[in-house]
Design a binder for this molecule. Sequence first.
Ligand SMILES: CCCCC/C=C\C/C=C\C/C=C\C/C=C\C/C=C\CCC(=O)SCCNC(=O)CCNC(=O)[C@H](O)C(C)(C)COP(=O)(O)OP(=O)(O)OC[C@H]1O[C@@H](n2cnc3c(N)ncnc32)[C@H](O)[C@@H]1OP(=O)(O)O
Ligand SMILES: Cc1cc2nc3c(=O)[nH]c(=O)nc-3n(C[C@H](O)[C@H](O)[C@H](O)COP(=O)(O)OP(=O)(O)OC[C@H]3O[C@@H](n4cnc5c(N)ncnc54)[C@H](O)[C@@H]3O)c2cc1C
Length: 629
Amino acid sequence: MVSRNRSQVKDHLGSKVLNHPELRNTKATEYMSHEEKYRYNLSRATAMLKLIDEEGMDVNEISKVMSHTVSGFTTPDGNPLAVHQVMFVPTLMNQADDDQVSRWLGDVFNGTIVGTYAQTELSHGTFVRGLRTTATYDPASRTFDLHTPDVSAAKWWPGGLGTTANHAVVMAQLYTDGQPRGIHPFMVAIRDRETHRPLPGITVGEIGPKLGQNTLNNGYLLFDHVKVPRENMLMRNARVNEDGSYTKPSHQKASYGTMVFTRVAIALDTVDALQIAATIAARYSIVRRQGEPRDDGQEPQIIDYQTQQLKVLPHIAACYVLRASTARLWEHHTHVTSEVRGGDTALLPELHATACCLKALVTQDCSEAIEALRLSCGGHGYMTASRLPALYAYATAGATYEGENTVLLLQTARYLVKQAGGSHAPPAAGSAVTYLSRPADDTPFAVGSPAAYVAAVGRVARGRVTEVAAALQADRQTMPEADAWNQSLVQLVAAALAHGRYFVVREFAEVVSQQSSSRAIQQMLQLLFSVYLAHAVSRAEGDFITYGGLTPSDIRLNRRHLLRLLAELRPHMIPLTDAFDLPDRLINSTLGAWDGDVYRRMFEQASHSPLNTDEVPASFHQAMLRSKL
Ligand SMILES: CCCCC/C=C\C/C=C\C/C=C\C/C=C\C/C=C\CCC(=O)SCCNC(=O)CCNC(=O)[C@H](O)C(C)(C)COP(=O)(O)OP(=O)(O)OC[C@H]1O[C@@H](n2cnc3c(N)ncnc32)[C@H](O)[C@@H]1OP(=O)(O)O
Ligand SMILES: Cc1cc2nc3c(=O)[nH]c(=O)nc-3n(C[C@H](O)[C@H](O)[C@H](O)COP(=O)(O)OP(=O)(O)OC[C@H]3O[C@@H](n4cnc5c(N)ncnc54)[C@H](O)[C@@H]3O)c2cc1C
């Protein structure tokens, strides 16, 4: 397939998916049973997988197919093959050695092997080193014995495990030569390829309903001394030889590579969900009129209320800023991964630190923003048919899976305090942390100057990191490490978020400065950036006074400045959301269609309620009368 840019890929896929014989006709799934929903979403996920295969897409293109824009249309209740595509296949590609790749990949691509990534257990998710599933090597039989010691060590959560996958990459504690060797990945057959029945020693099933994404098909899995051939440990990084001797990986955390990749993918993807929510809220805010009629005799459009502008417009700016900065993180990830494959792991620690804080910052910002956008649509935003509840359920899942956000921010903080204290290898050229070892940028704050705002965001990050690093250092003199760390947890999380914000705004500043296609586009990007920055200051005024060099008077000026910018952005709101180029069928919202015909659509969707089929539903006679109310 010829290489295409992002928007060409999107156009191509949009039309492919919307015109695909098995995908173009959609059904409302709200009234389906759990099983019917699963069947519907699975058949569409399978059609999508075939399409990917026919198109011969590369990883960037697959990422667009998997993006929430498209997958919300193809698999509205969650894709039971998502973890197969996003984690299982990438793990094989990156952690299996060449022999293993050639042994399995054919069957993966012809659909015979369908997999999941089974790491989390009932009692351990965050603390991966604490996982308790064991893989004990026996040189005599040249097999690993996979075992779940008790129910609390059952694998719990893996997507697609419930009833879809027949294989799993299982993360387990390796024991060889009588020694514990830490967490390693194993390729394990869990169901028969023909009958789909669980294999001997395997207990497997689905975990039940959740806040959303109910057809991700999350499952549980237990092993009763299951024998796995030696050749099934993924051996690109660490190795177990036939005699049981062990070869260490080139980097201690090489087997965590899939998690880094998925964090980057989630950061990029959650912005898609925000774009959809922002488009819905923007269109509805134009259509909806409510309040005392104005001079023209009409009730005002709700977007003309200042409060509504504050609820909607900063999130449109965030779509642009976060999209650009996460796209740059994706490029950076691609670069570092190729270095790591070549044996150079120098850039891995910083990539890990950046991926952790961006995944956390983006999923937190997007889920808060989607909830604000839902509220901006009043009562109608509470309806499933608005699509906003499902978008929220999707974004907020991202705050938990692939590393709970607090825990990930603490990983970033650990890297930052080491950098601030000089106890880590010095950052490479172009690193995102060089600002910590330089004097603070003393560009004076001036309302209206994006450069001055970026400098202030940098001072906040620097101030937060250096302050908590010093507090930690002091506490370490008087108490054990774990207690000292715990004393500073809240400030460490704040420091990591401040660092993430600085990364985001610096990346976007560069995108704006490099943009050269037209003066009008440049001006619009500047306006969006100004809104994002002024809003960022208004959300953390205390930080900007304490660390950013702003005075109370600057804060007051910024509040007024933000409201002026919102009024300036207001006329551009619809073109800016139209520019996301989301066809109505992909948005799939009663409130967010392009033609604004909201009320007719709301009535139309109500007609699908099974309770409206008969004038008097059977339940009236069966339940109400029988109870003699
Ligand atoms: C094919 C293309 C597809 C593209 C897709 C595009 C869009 C789709 C996007 C989204 C998907 C759509 C739908 C979603 C569907 C499904 C959901 C998807 C995924 C969910 C799956 C999961 O949740 S899998 C389970 C994930 N679990 C976790 O993330 C657990 C979190 N915990 C950890 O990672 C670790 O325990 C830890 C990092 C918190 C701590 O590790 P530990 O071993 O204890 O290490 P420490 O002692 O704290 O640190 C030691 C040392 O190691 C460094 N380090 C840690 N991790 C890494 C790493 N990954 N890389 C490099 N270095 C690492 C750490 O910084 C320390 O360094 P120093 O000693 O130098 O300080
Ligand atoms: C929809 C969904 C899909 C998933 N898919 C998969 C999958 O495909 N494969 C898979 O293996 N897993 C999957 N997971 C599991 C997911 O990765 C874990 O739930 C996640 O990593 C969080 O771990 P936990 O549940 O153990 O949370 P916990 O760690 O128990 O978190 C509970 C609370 O404790 C706090 N906490 C925990 N440790 C610390 C600490 N050290 N310092 C400070 N605070 C702490 C957290 O901040 C949080 O507030 C999925 C989860 C969801 C919700």
